[in-house]
Design a protein around this ligand. Structure first.
Ligand code: FAD
Length: 153
């Protein structure tokens, strides 16, 4: 089955909401449940104002998955950074890894936003994927709400 990597950034509409943490927890809970069932893997990075999300999805469900996420009223101004076929998943053990706000996360999103241009061939997004991957390797598993996720190849 062909696997597609998709990455987007969006503006979060949660800042200022007194239930922000609960909303993030809700997003993670339903995402992990749905992604595990659909064999979607990936990682969500949050800053104080934005989300950056990398998904690894079977070709057949990529449109449905992205369409559903795009319609979510908890974020807006979604910019699709990348869709490309991949030979192997980069986040095979994560139905939805989560990296919360930090200065390095802010800097990573700012770098992507700065380098976005009509001629960008996905390099900015690939840098973001590499950053997320490094963050996950660097963080001890106790710092992150790690879950099993689908064991896909
Ligand atoms: P449930 O989780 O049972 O929710 C029921 C309905 O209520 C849904 O339509 C949901 O959109 C809506 N809803 C629930 N809580 C709120 C709320 N606080 N405010 C507004 N509407 C609400 N879903 C995935 O499956 N995989 C992902 O990888 C994924 N990534 C996401 C990333 C971001 C940044 C955001 C904001 C959302 C993401 N979602 C993801 C959630 C997705 O947009 C849908 O909400 C979710 O898939 C719906 O799941 P469900 O049908 O099981 O509904």
């Amino acid at each position: 089955m062909a696997i597609v990597r998709l990455a987007y950034i969006s503006k979060s509409l949660l800042p200022g909401d007194p239930r922000e943490r609960e909303h993030v927890a809700d997003i993670l809970m339903s995402s992990r449940r749905n992604n595990e069932a659909a064999q979607v893997t990936g990682a969500l990075l949050a800053t104080d104002a934005c989300f950056a999300h990398v998904l690894e999805v079977e070709q057949e469900v990529v449109e449905e998955t992205y369409g559903r996420i795009s319609c979510d009223p908890r974020h807006r101004d979604i910019v699709l950074l990348l869709t490309e076929p991949i030979a192997a998943r980069q986040f095979p053990d994560w139905s939805m890894a989560y990296i919360g706000p930090s200065q390095p996360a802010e800097d990573a999103v700012a770098r992507v936003t700065r380098t976005l241009s009509p001629t960008d061939d996905g390099e900015a997004a690939r840098d973001l994927v590499a950053f997320i991957s490094t963050m996950l390797e660097d963080c001890s598993s106790s710092d992150l709400p790690r879950d099993g996720g689908p064991k896909t190849g």
